[in-house]
Design a protein. Structure first.
Length: 159
């Protein structure tokens, strides 16, 4: 698989992939809980990995290139990531108990992700693409593969 040329392209595609997994979970949770749980697990691990990639690779690159550390967009993104993780964990706790009554938490997560992803896709990712060279973006893509799986792969009893 060839690496994409831009951060924007890659991360938007990952957002779309994660959105589809979450929709699958929502669609199946009351009719086929085992498949719904599998979709949720893939979604949760994928979203956690996505956040680790951003916080450990993208955001530091942005902050280094722009000098925008405390007054830039990344503190807001990190704060929203912590909120996203809390909602993910709340849903996860119910999924572990095979409780499909997660509608309220799902809506809160979807509302937050919608706003968060829009800010990243319309502003932050294009800005990162603008301040990085093709070589720097290639280094980010390469480094994404070196982050240990145990940094993000936690879900559902690790079956």
């Amino acid at each position: 698989m060839n690496e994409p040329a831009t951060i924007t392209t890659f991360y938007e595609e990952d957002h779309d992939r994660l959105d589809e997994l979450f929709k699958t979970f929502q669609r199946l949770k009351r009719s086929d809980f085992a498949k719904a749980k599998d979709a949720f697990k893939e979604f949760k691990v994928g979203l956690q990995r996505h956040i680790v990639w951003e916080e450990e690779l993208l955001f530091p690159m942005w902050e280094e290139k722009t000098g925008m550390i405390e007054d830039g967009p990344t503190p807001v993104m990190r704060f929203e990531h912590s909120q996203i993780k809390q909602l993910l964990d709340t849903i996860h706790q119910k999924v572990e108990k095979q409780n499909p009554e997660t509608d309220q938490e799902e809506q809160a997560l979807l509302n937050l992700l919608s706003s968060h992803n829009r800010k990243e896709e319309r502003a932050l990712y294009p800005a990162i693409d603008n301040v990085t060279s093709a070589e720097e973006r290639a280094m980010i893509f390469s480094n994404m593969n070196t982050i240990p799986e145990d940094r993000y792969n936690t879900c559902c009893g690790q079956d």
